[in-house]
Design a protein around this ligand. Structure first.
Ligand code: HGY
Ligand code: MN
Ligand code: MN
Ligand code: MN
Length: 399
Protein backbone atom coordinates (compact mmCIF):
# COMPACT_ATOMS: atom_id res chain seq x y z
CA UNK A 1 0.00 0.00 0.00
CA UNK A 2 2.81 2.45 0.80
CA UNK A 3 4.40 2.35 -2.67
CA UNK A 4 1.00 2.68 -4.36
CA UNK A 5 0.11 5.84 -2.43
CA UNK A 6 3.65 7.21 -2.67
CA UNK A 7 3.65 6.84 -6.45
CA UNK A 8 0.53 9.01 -6.62
CA UNK A 9 2.42 12.05 -5.30
CA UNK A 10 6.06 11.31 -6.24
CA UNK A 11 5.83 12.97 -9.72
CA UNK A 12 4.19 16.17 -8.37
CA UNK A 13 6.66 19.08 -8.43
CA UNK A 14 9.63 16.85 -9.30
CA UNK A 15 12.38 18.30 -11.52
CA UNK A 16 13.17 15.49 -14.02
CA UNK A 17 16.68 16.89 -14.58
CA UNK A 18 17.78 16.67 -10.95
CA UNK A 19 15.20 14.53 -9.15
CA UNK A 20 14.76 17.43 -6.74
CA UNK A 21 11.40 18.97 -5.83
CA UNK A 22 9.98 22.46 -6.05
CA UNK A 23 6.76 22.51 -4.02
CA UNK A 24 6.52 26.06 -2.67
CA UNK A 25 3.40 26.89 -0.67
CA UNK A 26 0.36 27.90 -2.76
CA UNK A 27 2.04 27.17 -6.05
CA UNK A 28 0.70 24.67 -8.63
CA UNK A 29 2.51 21.55 -7.34
CA UNK A 30 1.47 22.20 -3.74
CA UNK A 31 -2.07 22.93 -4.87
CA UNK A 32 -2.07 19.52 -6.59
CA UNK A 33 -0.92 17.93 -3.33
CA UNK A 34 -3.74 19.67 -1.46
CA UNK A 35 -6.20 18.22 -3.99
CA UNK A 36 -4.60 14.81 -3.42
CA UNK A 37 -5.09 15.33 0.34
CA UNK A 38 -8.79 16.08 -0.17
CA UNK A 39 -9.17 13.00 -2.41
CA UNK A 40 -7.50 10.76 0.21
CA UNK A 41 -9.79 12.13 2.88
CA UNK A 42 -12.87 11.65 0.69
CA UNK A 43 -11.78 8.08 -0.09
CA UNK A 44 -11.89 7.43 3.70
CA UNK A 45 -15.03 9.40 4.41
CA UNK A 46 -12.98 11.92 6.40
CA UNK A 47 -14.42 15.48 6.23
CA UNK A 48 -11.79 18.16 5.51
CA UNK A 49 -11.58 21.50 7.33
CA UNK A 50 -9.26 24.48 6.81
CA UNK A 51 -8.28 26.75 9.70
CA UNK A 52 -8.07 29.87 7.55
CA UNK A 53 -4.26 29.81 7.72
CA UNK A 54 -3.75 27.37 4.88
CA UNK A 55 -3.58 24.33 7.19
CA UNK A 56 -5.77 21.40 6.04
CA UNK A 57 -7.31 18.88 8.44
CA UNK A 58 -9.06 15.57 7.67
CA UNK A 59 -11.08 14.07 10.54
CA UNK A 60 -11.99 10.55 11.60
CA UNK A 61 -14.72 11.21 14.14
CA UNK A 62 -15.93 14.63 15.23
CA UNK A 63 -13.20 16.97 16.55
CA UNK A 64 -15.91 18.68 18.61
CA UNK A 65 -15.76 15.61 20.89
CA UNK A 66 -12.32 16.87 21.98
CA UNK A 67 -9.11 15.05 22.85
CA UNK A 68 -8.36 14.50 19.16
CA UNK A 69 -5.12 12.77 18.24
CA UNK A 70 -3.58 14.76 15.37
CA UNK A 71 -0.87 13.49 13.03
CA UNK A 72 0.63 14.81 9.80
CA UNK A 73 3.32 17.14 8.53
CA UNK A 74 3.78 19.49 5.52
CA UNK A 75 3.74 19.31 1.69
CA UNK A 76 5.98 22.23 0.86
CA UNK A 77 9.67 21.72 0.05
CA UNK A 78 12.80 23.82 -0.17
CA UNK A 79 13.87 24.43 -3.80
CA UNK A 80 15.46 21.21 -5.13
CA UNK A 81 14.50 19.48 -1.88
CA UNK A 82 13.95 15.78 -1.34
CA UNK A 83 10.52 14.19 -1.77
CA UNK A 84 10.23 12.71 1.73
CA UNK A 85 10.73 15.81 3.94
CA UNK A 86 7.12 16.55 4.87
CA UNK A 87 4.97 14.43 2.55
CA UNK A 88 6.16 11.18 4.17
CA UNK A 89 4.40 12.29 7.36
CA UNK A 90 1.11 12.92 5.55
CA UNK A 91 1.10 9.76 3.42
CA UNK A 92 2.03 7.74 6.53
CA UNK A 93 -0.79 9.41 8.48
CA UNK A 94 -3.48 8.27 6.05
CA UNK A 95 -1.98 4.78 5.89
CA UNK A 96 -1.75 4.58 9.68
CA UNK A 97 -5.47 5.40 9.90
CA UNK A 98 -6.12 2.61 7.36
CA UNK A 99 -4.00 0.22 9.43
CA UNK A 100 -5.90 1.03 12.61
CA UNK A 101 -9.30 0.59 10.98
CA UNK A 102 -8.21 -2.62 9.22
CA UNK A 103 -7.36 -3.96 12.67
CA UNK A 104 -10.93 -3.24 13.78
CA UNK A 105 -9.50 -0.77 16.27
CA UNK A 106 -12.33 1.44 17.52
CA UNK A 107 -10.89 4.90 18.16
CA UNK A 108 -12.47 6.37 21.31
CA UNK A 109 -11.13 9.81 20.32
CA UNK A 110 -11.21 11.69 17.03
CA UNK A 111 -8.14 11.27 14.84
CA UNK A 112 -7.02 14.12 12.58
CA UNK A 113 -4.60 14.19 9.65
CA UNK A 114 -3.05 17.63 9.05
CA UNK A 115 -1.08 19.26 6.23
CA UNK A 116 0.56 22.38 7.67
CA UNK A 117 1.27 25.29 5.31
CA UNK A 118 4.69 26.76 4.45
CA UNK A 119 6.69 24.73 6.98
CA UNK A 120 9.96 25.36 5.13
CA UNK A 121 9.41 29.10 4.90
CA UNK A 122 10.74 28.66 1.36
CA UNK A 123 8.33 31.17 -0.18
CA UNK A 124 7.62 33.76 2.51
CA UNK A 125 10.70 33.36 4.71
CA UNK A 126 9.02 32.37 8.00
CA UNK A 127 9.43 28.64 8.80
CA UNK A 128 6.46 26.72 10.24
CA UNK A 129 4.27 29.62 9.11
CA UNK A 130 0.99 27.66 9.21
CA UNK A 131 1.52 26.14 12.65
CA UNK A 132 2.80 29.47 14.01
CA UNK A 133 -0.37 31.18 12.78
CA UNK A 134 -2.59 28.45 14.25
CA UNK A 135 -0.91 28.71 17.66
CA UNK A 136 -0.73 32.51 17.70
CA UNK A 137 3.08 32.57 17.45
CA UNK A 138 2.82 34.70 14.28
CA UNK A 139 0.62 37.77 13.96
CA UNK A 140 -1.81 37.36 11.04
CA UNK A 141 -1.32 40.97 9.89
CA UNK A 142 2.45 40.53 9.81
CA UNK A 143 1.95 37.27 7.94
CA UNK A 144 -0.53 38.81 5.47
CA UNK A 145 2.06 41.40 4.48
CA UNK A 146 4.92 38.92 3.92
CA UNK A 147 6.11 39.13 0.31
CA UNK A 148 7.69 36.41 -1.81
CA UNK A 149 10.54 36.97 -4.30
CA UNK A 150 8.05 37.91 -7.02
CA UNK A 151 6.41 40.56 -4.85
CA UNK A 152 3.30 38.46 -4.15
CA UNK A 153 1.93 38.88 -0.60
CA UNK A 154 0.90 35.95 1.54
CA UNK A 155 -2.64 37.37 1.66
CA UNK A 156 -2.76 37.26 -2.15
CA UNK A 157 -1.38 33.71 -2.25
CA UNK A 158 -3.81 32.53 0.46
CA UNK A 159 -6.67 34.53 -1.07
CA UNK A 160 -7.45 36.22 2.23
CA UNK A 161 -5.88 37.63 5.39
CA UNK A 162 -4.84 34.61 7.50
CA UNK A 163 -7.33 33.82 10.28
CA UNK A 164 -4.57 33.57 12.90
CA UNK A 165 -4.76 31.78 16.24
CA UNK A 166 -7.55 29.25 16.74
CA UNK A 167 -7.53 28.40 20.45
CA UNK A 168 -10.86 26.65 20.07
CA UNK A 169 -9.40 24.17 17.56
CA UNK A 170 -6.18 23.78 19.55
CA UNK A 171 -8.26 23.07 22.65
CA UNK A 172 -9.85 20.13 20.88
CA UNK A 173 -6.49 18.46 20.14
CA UNK A 174 -5.21 16.15 22.85
CA UNK A 175 -1.87 15.23 21.24
CA UNK A 176 0.12 15.67 18.03
CA UNK A 177 2.48 13.04 16.56
CA UNK A 178 4.57 13.97 13.50
CA UNK A 179 6.32 11.26 11.49
CA UNK A 180 9.26 12.62 9.49
CA UNK A 181 12.13 11.27 7.45
CA UNK A 182 15.30 11.56 9.52
CA UNK A 183 17.54 14.39 8.31
CA UNK A 184 20.76 12.75 9.43
CA UNK A 185 22.31 9.30 9.73
CA UNK A 186 21.72 8.42 13.41
CA UNK A 187 19.21 5.63 12.63
CA UNK A 188 21.38 4.31 9.79
CA UNK A 189 24.35 4.15 12.17
CA UNK A 190 22.45 2.04 14.72
CA UNK A 191 20.65 0.05 12.01
CA UNK A 192 17.14 0.98 13.17
CA UNK A 193 14.25 1.71 10.78
CA UNK A 194 12.35 3.97 13.17
CA UNK A 195 13.26 6.29 16.06
CA UNK A 196 11.55 8.73 18.41
CA UNK A 197 12.63 12.34 18.96
CA UNK A 198 13.96 13.65 22.25
CA UNK A 199 14.50 17.29 21.29
CA UNK A 200 14.82 19.88 18.54
CA UNK A 201 17.87 22.14 18.73
CA UNK A 202 17.23 25.87 19.16
CA UNK A 203 17.71 27.56 15.82
CA UNK A 204 17.05 30.77 13.95
CA UNK A 205 17.42 32.80 10.77
CA UNK A 206 19.08 36.20 10.49
CA UNK A 207 19.36 38.49 7.49
CA UNK A 208 22.70 40.33 7.19
CA UNK A 209 22.78 43.41 4.95
CA UNK A 210 26.30 44.41 3.88
CA UNK A 211 26.34 47.90 2.37
CA UNK A 212 29.25 49.58 0.56
CA UNK A 213 29.77 51.74 -2.48
CA UNK A 214 28.67 50.53 -5.89
CA UNK A 215 31.27 51.37 -8.51
CA UNK A 216 32.84 50.48 -11.84
CA UNK A 217 34.80 47.20 -11.90
CA UNK A 218 37.31 48.57 -14.40
CA UNK A 219 38.08 52.05 -13.20
CA UNK A 220 37.90 51.81 -9.39
CA UNK A 221 41.26 51.21 -7.73
CA UNK A 222 41.26 48.34 -5.24
CA UNK A 223 42.44 50.71 -2.47
CA UNK A 224 39.47 53.02 -3.16
CA UNK A 225 36.81 50.35 -2.93
CA UNK A 226 34.19 49.84 -0.19
CA UNK A 227 33.16 46.40 -1.44
CA UNK A 228 30.44 44.65 0.64
CA UNK A 229 31.13 41.37 -1.14
CA UNK A 230 34.48 41.25 0.65
CA UNK A 231 32.84 41.69 4.06
CA UNK A 232 30.18 39.14 3.16
CA UNK A 233 32.74 36.56 2.02
CA UNK A 234 34.76 37.04 5.20
CA UNK A 235 31.58 36.63 7.28
CA UNK A 236 30.73 33.32 5.57
CA UNK A 237 34.16 32.00 6.54
CA UNK A 238 33.82 33.42 10.06
CA UNK A 239 30.40 31.79 10.55
CA UNK A 240 31.82 28.43 9.48
CA UNK A 241 34.73 28.80 11.92
CA UNK A 242 32.58 30.06 14.83
CA UNK A 243 30.22 27.10 14.38
CA UNK A 244 33.01 24.52 14.27
CA UNK A 245 34.51 26.02 17.43
CA UNK A 246 31.22 25.40 19.27
CA UNK A 247 30.01 22.12 17.75
CA UNK A 248 27.12 24.15 16.30
CA UNK A 249 25.77 24.55 12.74
CA UNK A 250 25.93 27.74 10.65
CA UNK A 251 24.84 27.96 7.04
CA UNK A 252 24.83 30.91 4.64
CA UNK A 253 23.12 29.31 1.67
CA UNK A 254 21.21 32.27 0.30
CA UNK A 255 22.57 35.59 -1.04
CA UNK A 256 21.19 38.51 -3.07
CA UNK A 257 23.59 41.02 -4.68
CA UNK A 258 22.77 44.53 -5.93
CA UNK A 259 23.24 45.25 -8.79
CA UNK A 260 24.46 41.65 -9.37
CA UNK A 261 26.46 42.62 -12.47
CA UNK A 262 29.79 41.14 -13.49
CA UNK A 263 31.35 44.55 -14.13
CA UNK A 264 30.07 46.40 -11.07
CA UNK A 265 31.36 46.52 -7.51
CA UNK A 266 28.21 45.72 -5.48
CA UNK A 267 26.50 48.40 -3.41
CA UNK A 268 24.59 45.85 -1.30
CA UNK A 269 25.04 42.18 -0.49
CA UNK A 270 22.15 40.59 1.43
CA UNK A 271 23.02 37.22 3.05
CA UNK A 272 20.97 34.92 5.26
CA UNK A 273 22.43 33.02 8.23
CA UNK A 274 20.77 29.82 9.46
CA UNK A 275 22.30 29.08 12.87
CA UNK A 276 21.57 26.12 15.17
CA UNK A 277 23.09 24.74 18.36
CA UNK A 278 22.37 22.14 21.02
CA UNK A 279 21.43 24.83 23.56
CA UNK A 280 20.39 28.50 23.67
CA UNK A 281 23.63 29.75 25.27
CA UNK A 282 25.72 28.22 22.49
CA UNK A 283 23.37 29.62 19.84
CA UNK A 284 23.64 33.08 21.41
CA UNK A 285 27.42 32.83 21.54
CA UNK A 286 27.55 31.70 17.91
CA UNK A 287 25.41 34.61 16.74
CA UNK A 288 27.43 37.05 18.86
CA UNK A 289 30.66 35.72 17.43
CA UNK A 290 29.54 35.96 13.82
CA UNK A 291 28.09 39.46 14.30
CA UNK A 292 31.24 40.75 16.02
CA UNK A 293 33.51 39.34 13.30
CA UNK A 294 31.29 40.80 10.54
CA UNK A 295 31.26 44.24 12.15
CA UNK A 296 35.00 44.21 12.76
CA UNK A 297 35.67 43.32 9.13
CA UNK A 298 33.21 45.96 7.91
CA UNK A 299 35.27 48.54 9.81
CA UNK A 300 38.32 47.49 7.83
CA UNK A 301 36.49 47.37 4.49
CA UNK A 302 34.76 50.72 4.91
CA UNK A 303 31.42 48.95 4.65
CA UNK A 304 28.52 48.58 7.10
CA UNK A 305 26.53 45.53 8.22
CA UNK A 306 23.07 45.31 9.76
CA UNK A 307 21.69 42.14 11.34
CA UNK A 308 17.93 41.45 11.36
CA UNK A 309 16.49 38.42 13.14
CA UNK A 310 13.82 36.80 10.93
CA UNK A 311 12.89 33.85 13.13
CA UNK A 312 14.02 32.18 16.33
CA UNK A 313 12.86 28.78 17.57
CA UNK A 314 13.76 27.96 21.19
CA UNK A 315 14.86 24.47 22.15
CA UNK A 316 12.06 21.89 22.10
CA UNK A 317 12.29 19.14 24.70
CA UNK A 318 9.59 16.63 23.77
CA UNK A 319 7.37 15.40 26.63
CA UNK A 320 9.32 12.56 28.24
CA UNK A 321 6.31 10.60 29.44
CA UNK A 322 4.61 10.72 26.03
CA UNK A 323 7.84 9.82 24.27
CA UNK A 324 8.37 6.83 26.57
CA UNK A 325 4.76 5.70 26.20
CA UNK A 326 4.81 5.87 22.40
CA UNK A 327 8.26 4.29 22.14
CA UNK A 328 7.02 1.35 24.21
CA UNK A 329 3.80 1.04 22.18
CA UNK A 330 5.79 1.06 18.91
CA UNK A 331 8.28 -1.52 20.23
CA UNK A 332 5.47 -3.76 21.52
CA UNK A 333 3.52 -3.58 18.25
CA UNK A 334 6.40 -3.86 15.80
CA UNK A 335 9.06 -5.73 17.77
CA UNK A 336 11.49 -2.98 16.76
CA UNK A 337 14.14 -1.38 18.92
CA UNK A 338 13.19 2.33 18.93
CA UNK A 339 16.21 4.59 19.51
CA UNK A 340 15.74 8.09 20.95
CA UNK A 341 17.47 10.90 19.05
CA UNK A 342 17.58 14.72 18.92
CA UNK A 343 17.37 16.64 15.69
CA UNK A 344 18.82 19.89 14.38
CA UNK A 345 15.87 20.26 12.00
CA UNK A 346 12.85 22.40 12.80
CA UNK A 347 9.35 20.95 12.58
CA UNK A 348 5.72 21.94 13.09
CA UNK A 349 5.82 19.52 16.02
CA UNK A 350 8.27 21.93 17.62
CA UNK A 351 5.75 24.76 17.35
CA UNK A 352 2.84 22.69 18.69
CA UNK A 353 4.91 21.30 21.56
CA UNK A 354 4.47 24.61 23.38
CA UNK A 355 0.69 24.10 23.35
CA UNK A 356 -0.09 20.38 23.66
CA UNK A 357 1.59 16.99 24.22
CA UNK A 358 3.67 16.36 21.11
CA UNK A 359 5.95 13.62 19.82
CA UNK A 360 7.93 12.86 16.67
CA UNK A 361 8.78 9.60 14.96
CA UNK A 362 11.70 9.43 12.51
CA UNK A 363 12.15 7.03 9.60
CA UNK A 364 15.67 5.99 8.60
CA UNK A 365 17.31 7.95 5.77
CA UNK A 366 20.25 5.87 4.52
CA UNK A 367 22.05 8.84 2.96
CA UNK A 368 21.26 11.10 5.94
CA UNK A 369 21.06 13.87 3.33
CA UNK A 370 18.04 16.20 3.26
CA UNK A 371 17.01 19.45 1.58
CA UNK A 372 18.58 17.86 -1.50
CA UNK A 373 17.55 15.40 -4.25
CA UNK A 374 19.80 12.85 -2.49
CA UNK A 375 17.31 12.53 0.40
CA UNK A 376 15.91 9.02 0.50
CA UNK A 377 14.12 6.37 2.56
CA UNK A 378 13.61 2.66 1.81
CA UNK A 379 10.08 1.33 1.27
CA UNK A 380 10.52 -1.27 4.03
CA UNK A 381 11.49 1.46 6.48
CA UNK A 382 8.56 3.62 5.36
CA UNK A 383 6.21 0.67 5.95
CA UNK A 384 7.79 0.21 9.40
CA UNK A 385 7.13 3.91 9.94
CA UNK A 386 3.44 3.47 9.11
CA UNK A 387 3.21 0.52 11.50
CA UNK A 388 4.93 2.60 14.20
CA UNK A 389 2.62 5.56 13.63
CA UNK A 390 -0.42 3.25 13.73
CA UNK A 391 0.83 1.87 17.05
CA UNK A 392 1.28 5.41 18.39
CA UNK A 393 -2.18 6.52 17.23
CA UNK A 394 -3.70 3.34 18.63
CA UNK A 395 -2.02 3.95 21.98
CA UNK A 396 -3.40 7.49 22.15
CA UNK A 397 -6.81 7.17 20.51
CA UNK A 398 -7.95 3.63 21.19
CA UNK A 399 -7.01 2.92 24.79
O1 HGY B 1 14.83 23.94 8.16
C1 HGY B 1 14.41 23.03 8.86
O2 HGY B 1 14.97 22.73 9.88
C2 HGY B 1 13.16 22.28 8.47
O3 HGY B 1 13.50 21.32 7.51
N1 HGY B 1 12.16 23.16 7.98
MN1 MN C 1 12.74 20.64 5.67
MN1 MN D 1 10.14 18.90 7.23
MN1 MN E 1 8.37 19.13 10.03
Amino acid sequence: MFRELWDEIAPIGRDPRTGGYLRLAWTEPERELREWFAAQAARRGMPVTDDGNGNLFAWLGDPADGGAVLTGSHFDSVPQGGGYDGPLGIVSAFLAVDTLLARDARPRRPIGVVAFAEEEGGRFGVPCLGSRLLTGALDPDRAAALVDRDGVTLAAALGARPAGADPDLLGKIGAFVELHVEQGRALAEVDAPVGVASAIWPHGRWRLDFTGEGNHAGTTLMADRRDPMLTYAFTVLAANKEARLRGAHATMGRVEVTPNATNAVPSLVRGWLDARAADAATLDALLGGVTAKARDRAGRDGTAVSVTQESLTPVVEFDNALRGRLGAAVAARTGLRVPVLPTGAGHDAGVLSGHLPTAMLFVRNPTGVSHSPAETAGDDDCVAGVEALAAALGELACD
